[in-house]
Design a protein around this ligand. Sequence first.
Ligand SMILES: NC(=O)c1ccc[n+]([C@@H]2O[C@H](COP(=O)([O-])OP(=O)(O)OC[C@H]3O[C@@H](n4cnc5c(N)ncnc54)[C@H](O)[C@@H]3O)[C@@H](O)[C@H]2O)c1
Length: 438
Amino acid sequence: MTPVNGQGKEPIAIFGAGWVGLVTGACFAELGHEVTIRDIVPERIEQLRASEVPFFEPGLGELLERNAGRLTFTLDAAEAAAAAELVFICVDTPPTYSGDADLTRVWTVIDELPQLERRTILVMKSTVPVGTGEKVRAALEARGLSHIGYVSNPEFLAEGGAVQDFLHPDRVVVGSFAEADGDRVGALYGGLNTPVVRADVASAEMIKLAANAFLATRISFINEIANVCEVTGADVEKVAEGVGLDHRLGPHFLRAGVGFGGSCFPKDTNALKQLASNSGYHFQLLSAVIEVNELQKRRVIKKLEKHLGRLRGKTIALLGLAFKANTDDMREAPSLSLIDDLTREGASVQAYDPAAGHEARKLFEKNGNVKIVDSAIDALEGADALAIVTEWQEFRSPDFAAIREKLKTPAIFDGRNLYDPAAVRAQGLEYFPIGRKS
Ligand SMILES: NC(=O)c1ccc[n+]([C@@H]2O[C@H](COP(=O)([O-])OP(=O)(O)OC[C@H]3O[C@@H](n4cnc5c(N)ncnc54)[C@H](O)[C@@H]3O)[C@@H](O)[C@H]2O)c1
């Protein structure tokens, strides 16, 4: 671990204007660098040129606006790369059918690089399998670009707090083949006063996968504890508090709920499991973490069925569609599994989300059993019961009297443990949280 001093200002190109690319670009511009962001989707580039943020991420709009003078948006790969000293790859690496990471977009970027003359450094921020850096190196050499440097610099930001995470990271990881290339990438973060973990490329790649797998493991662990609490009469919220105060364990990622979702944990846990398996190792623990998560996503529907009986013809009010609060990202969101299960059982869904409504309307456009509404109260209209799936702040202090009056069966199935059970029951509502007495 080396502290970073100094702060070289370098022209930077970013490939991919998604959560990682746009936040990275905006934050580097904030740190004083000249940044060109390239994407392949024309509407996205048009939006960005018109100062519109293409997705919901707190603080990002202000940051882009404040640094507009240092930010350029383009569709042209050659233009972006040619002007840069450092080219960041921030494209998506979605899962393939087998669970491996699909690196098609990464390879496209390598193919798109122009015949660069100077020693540009290619920096991988996308999450990739261990061994990718070696393969990229070989591909660059095959293309006559052996003078191009390569650095693995995985990103740890979390959606919903991405700007804060980028500008105040716990650490920055820099894996390089050549020491000098790692120095230049490390220096970019010089203004952030954060530890920089220097590593070889393979270890840097593994740090990212291991960190996500560990966080997912904590979530599945506390969810299993919650399930045991339910059958033994303990309260998982108390248990998590008592466990989390142990300094060896810490309080983070000990919130029982409906399972993890999003564009990273499901994809990255599967990719690591698959990577191990491709190398002849069965990652038993991670297999269990993934399996526990799949089962956890189905617990709310099991409780609904137990309480309401057959779900055919019933209407469920659903609060929260995004995979977590403060984002409009619905990739692999637990709400999708629940909606899928409910509609398969013949129920209808009236769903509301403070930010993901627009995305959800596109997604469920052709599904007559799913109605996306504009407020929590609208979701309750004519519904049999209420299920809470995302921990948005605005769901934390609801109008319990309105919920009781509007629901046919006054029952809340809370997948995020938002309320004090006694307070909800005092309002004449039945309450089914996770890992607490029902
Ligand atoms: N979203 C997160 O919270 C997060 C956090 C850490 C790491 N990551 C990793 O970072 C990577 C990017 O994630 P994301 O959530 O930003 O993805 P995203 O899907 O939001 O954005 C990816 C962008 O890349 C663009 N793109 C695809 N091919 C391109 C090309 N050839 N040139 C330029 N742009 C291209 C896409 O159009 C899209 O806008 C993934 O590997 C992901 O696992 C994501």
